[in-house]
Design a binder for this molecule. Structure first.
Ligand SMILES: Cc1ncc(C[n+]2csc(CCO)c2C)c(N)n1
Length: 224
């Protein structure tokens, strides 16, 4: 069994919960309140800035030029394609550039990004890839699932989001990451594989928490 199949089996119950989370379901049928999506977009913009740094660290830790180039390309596409979609969405949802720039991370955004950066800075390349993979893989799964629902990808608000993550282009990125973890896991002792599995499980949990945080619009418990 490929290591990625073992990871998939480990987190499948959480991924099933992602697919039935009200935030995801309501994006699919177009009933999601705009205010909730607005909250998500702002937090996700902060998330992407930190996530892009994980790709930069991937380029630092890569041991061959091809992998290094791929991480550099991913860094570029996050800053210029994925964040561009967010900037376009922000305009449509009346979020000013200033609002995006001064936004502060929620507890979940802060915990998730700090955990990913901690693993990426202190761990091996395999650990870094285990931390970033749920982000790519779970979004691809959600994109494909929502794209099958009638009319979902034509929705005037959430359609572009769905089309982007369901696209073949995005699928190729996710597949590249899945193949990379399989390569990096090859020949590793069971103790190291368990560590990779734990990291993958933790960022999978954070992905679920991110949907929940957005649905609840959960910020810090006090205003100070
Ligand atoms: C919380 C959260 N998790 C995953 C993604 C998806 N995503 C973030 S960076 C990246 C790689 C390619 O740019 C992908 C797929 C997101 N936007 N927000």
């Amino acid at each position: 069994m490929k290591f990625s199949q073992r990871l998939y089996a480990k987190v499948l119950p959480i991924w099933n919960r992602n697919h039935t989370h009200p935030f995801v379901l309501q994006m699919g049928d177009g009933t999601l309140e705009k205010e909730k999506f607005r909250f998500y977009m702002i937090q996700d913009y902060i998330y992407l800035i930190e996530y892009a740094k994980v790709f930069a660290l991937g380029a630092v830790k890569a041991t061959d030029l091809e992998t290094m180039g791929k991480f550099a390309a991913l860094l570029h596409s996050t800053l210029n394609e994925e964040m561009e979609l967010h900037r376009q969405y922000a305009k449509r949802f009346d979020i000013s550039v200033e609002e995006l720039e001064i936004a502060k991370p929620s507890p979940t955004t802060l915990a998730y990004t700090h955990y990913m950066l901690h693993v990426s800075q202190n761990g091996t390349l395999a650990e870094l890839v285990s931390a970033l993979l749920p982000c790519m893989w779970s979004y691809w799964e959600i994109g494909k699932e929502l794209n099958q629902r009638k009319g979902a990808s034509d929705n005037e608000f959430y359609g572009e989001w769905i089309s982007m993550y369901a696209s073949d282009e995005f699928g190729q990125l996710a597949t590249w990451c899945i193949d990379l973890i399989d390569q990096l896991a090859e020949g590793k002792p069971e103790s190291e594989l368990e560590k990779l599995e734990d990291i993958f499980l933790n960022t999978t949990r954070f992905e679920y928490m991110f949907w929940d945080m957005a649905y609840q619009e959960a910020m810090w418990p006090t205003d100070e």
